[in-house]
Design a protein. Structure first.
Length: 228
């Protein structure tokens, strides 16, 4: 892989991690806001609200982290398995794999002669890497780390969840619901904008979707807490 390609891959990885962090924080904001507003609909006791909010942060953060760890571990195991299978195919049919790699580059627009030359050069340097990246989109020297993903999800969820908890417990009972709703509304605008910007998507639709879903969650949970 060239230095430019390696740099591009690292930038893309960082953007993916950052986008996942923003989405994790967004989940923390939405789910915890729904939880504390549901409890606020049933009681004005600040201690009860605080305990509920902290329980929501802990449960949600560990749930996010655990789920991400399991998911990414499965992805990592799959990547290792396909790379191992590719090693066996290279051992059993090197020429066939060389032709397969050349056909990939022909499909990308290279001429017959150049595609074979590229395949030969890449396989001479590192046959496993050449096939894993071209065929599978996997870097055999840099498998995804499930622990990094788990801690990132836990941390981002907890950071997002802190906002509605602080808003609901620090304000007086008469204004806490309104203040929490406004705070979450502004936070959802920010996370919707950032996630769309990082993904290169239109920002306004992302913001509208984010805000509508968040407000709907808060309205439903508050209604449930208030009337049940």
């Amino acid at each position: 892989m060239s230095q430019n390609e390696n740099g591009t891959e690292r930038i893309n990885q960082k953007l993916n991690v950052l986008r996942a962090g923003v989405l994790g924080a967004n989940d923390g904001i939405m789910s915890t806001a729904g939880l504390v507003l549901g409890v606020a609909g049933a009681t004005t006791d600040t201690r009860t609200l605080l305990i509920s909010g902290l329980a929501g942060i802990i449960a949600g953060a560990f749930s996010m982290g655990g789920g991400e760890y399991v998911s990414v571990s499965t992805q990592k195991d799959t990547e290792k398995a396909v790379v191992q299978a590719e090693k066996l195919r290279l051992h059993d049919d090197y020429e066939g794999e060389r032709n397969e790699l050349a056909s990939i580059y022909r499909g990308n627009g290279l001429s017959e002669e150049l595609s074979i030359k590229v395949a030969d050069e890449l396989m001479k340097k590192d046959a496993i890497r050449a096939h894993a990246q071209a065929e599978l989109g996997v870097n055999p020297d840099d498998f995804i780390n499930p622990w990094h993903a788990a801690f990132s999800s836990m941390l981002s969820f907890a950071i997002g969840a802190i906002l509605p908890v602080l808003a609901i417990v620090l304000m007086p009972p008469a204004t806490r619901v309104l203040f929490t709703g406004v705070s979450v509304f502004l936070a959802l605008i920010a996370t919707g904008y950032i996630s769309a910007a990082l993904g290169g998507a239109p920002k306004l639709p992302a913001i509208i979707r984010n805000v509508v879903v968040g407000l709907l969650i808060m309205a439903l949970t508050y209604t449930v807490g208030h009337f049940i």
